[in-house]
Design a protein around this ligand. Structure first.
Ligand SMILES: Cc1cc2nc3c(=O)[nH]c(=O)nc-3n(C[C@H](O)[C@H](O)[C@H](O)COP(=O)(O)O)c2cc1C
Length: 407
């Protein structure tokens, strides 16, 4: 297997996650110490300069996001960690929280100091009750040790809704409301939790922060792709020999991920497709495997890096059948607040089911494409906007699979 580069998972397997002394011995909380010796503006500029962009899917520059909250000058602000991790095939945040919970707490405390917030929430996936236990123990230890200073962190549990990973639905859920996305603007950095400025960042984003402080923005920005520097934790699933998680620089290509780290396709079968970024990611054919995994390169081929799920399919997979499972997922997970998503995901699934069962008609393909294009611009949140990506990219790259069903 090729060699990984571990920044986020630097302490994986080396420390006892339930013993803060281990984390401190490994250099833990040095980043926070360094951050507190800086002015808030210098700190935000350092994070901006590192080029760190969100690891939860949207890829927004973390330092720039923090500056919006800082600039509001509001008295009450919040830091929220998105640990909902509802994306099928993704378990990277779980690996980080299970193995190095203090690095997440340290990253959040640095953010709290930078924007001027005293309170943080970790919104953890409801299916991870043991992770919640680990986080609570880690928070108790950090408080007892006094490393967090006046920054308080509390854990809140999700209840199994995929849409609650969307940052405004997540905020609604923490507030005790039904998890439905809000109209934007205003965006959370200006008006989020209880209408106060709120930074929502992903677990992996926060876990990068202490190292950036410790080693400097210049060091970090020199790793991986220029426009999306650093590393990315990926989770490999499907028809691949090594179904593992890896952390690699962001200029690694998809081919390297599948063959050098994943060990290729089992049973000498041929590669057919890979879906990256989770259920809403585009399907990538063989001809595009030399694209690097960074955010912009993936967007450039109509795919998405998203959460970093890598789902490999061999030559025996029927693409229309795989897509049917995906459209069913979105129909089920749509919260129903906006019409294009509520109706669109349902109709999309209906048409795909018809095609998959051999009852499809040629115009179904045109309808699917039109519907997908409308949804991607008309839906209220990223769920409905991204739901058509698997359909649109397979219509483009795997037209033969659709023709086979029509014939
Ligand atoms: C339907 C949907 C589900 C999402 N699920 C997650 C999730 O599980 N974890 C996450 O970090 N971001 C998720 N996001 C992205 C968040 O809305 C938000 O962009 C992210 O938490 C910001 O953090 P980052 O800038 O550190 O990536 C989801 C977005 C959508 C539209």
């Amino acid at each position: 297997m090729a060699e990984e580069m571990r920044i986020v998972l630097r302490n994986y397997g080396k420390i006892d996650p339930l013993n803060i002394e281990d984390y401190l011995k490994a250099g833990g909380y040095k980043g926070l110490e360094k951050a507190r010796a800086m002015s808030q503006i210098d700190l935000i500029n350092e994070v901006k300069k590192s080029g760190l962009r969100g690891r939860g899917g949207a890829g927004f520059n973390a330092g720039a996001k923090w500056s919006f909250s800082y600039n509001t000058g509001a008295e009450v602000k919040y830091v929220v960690c998105n640990a909902d991790e509802g994306e099928p095939g993704t378990y990277k945040d779980r690996i980080i929280m299970e193995n190095d919970p203090q690095s997440l707490l340290e990253g959040m405390a640095i953010c709290g100091y930078a924007i001027g917030a005293q309170k943080g929430y970790i919104y953890c996936r409801g299916e991870y009750p043991y992770v919640v236990d680990i986080l609570n123990q880690a928070i108790d230890q950090a408080k007892a040790k006094g490393v967090l200073g006046d920054f308080d962190i509390e854990v809140r549990m999700g209840a199994g809704a995929y849409v609650c990973g969307e940052e405004t639905a997540l905020i609604e859920s923490i507030e005790g409301h039904r998890g439905e996305p809000r109209f934007k603007p205003p965006f959370p950095p200006v008006a989020g939790l209880w209408s106060n400025p709120t930074i929502v960042n992903n677990v992996e984003t926060f876990a990068n922060i202490p190292v950036i402080l410790e080693k400097g923005a210049d060091w970090y920005s020199s790793i991986g792709a220029k426009s999306y520097p650093g590393t990315k934790v990926l989770t490999l699933t499907g028809d691949v020999n090594n179904r593992i998680f890896i952390e690699v620089p962001t200029d690694t290509t998809i081919r390297q991920v599948i063959y050098d780290f994943g060990g290729g396709i089992p049973d000498n079968k041929k590669f057919k497709a890979v879906q990256i970024g989770g259920t809403s990611g585009g399907f990538i054919p063989e001809s595009l495997l030399d694209t690097s995994i960074d955010f912009d390169s993936m967007s450039g081929i109509g795919a998405a890096l998203g959460s970093g799920a890598v789902f490999v399919m061999d030559e025996t997979r029927d693409i229309v059948d795989v897509v049917q499972r995906i459209t069913k997922f979105f129909e089920h997970e749509s919260c129903g607040k906006c019409t294009p998503c509520r109706e669109g995901t349902k109709r999309m699934n209906e048409i795909i089911c018809r095609l998959n069962s051999g009852q499809g008609l040629a115009y179904d393909l045109t309808t699917l494409e039109k519907l997908g294009r409308v949804m991607s611009v008309a839906c209220l949140c990223g769920l409905g906007q991204a739901a058509p990506a698997p359909v649109l990219t397979t219509l483009k790259h795997f037209a033969d699979d659709y023709s086979a069903h029509l014939n």
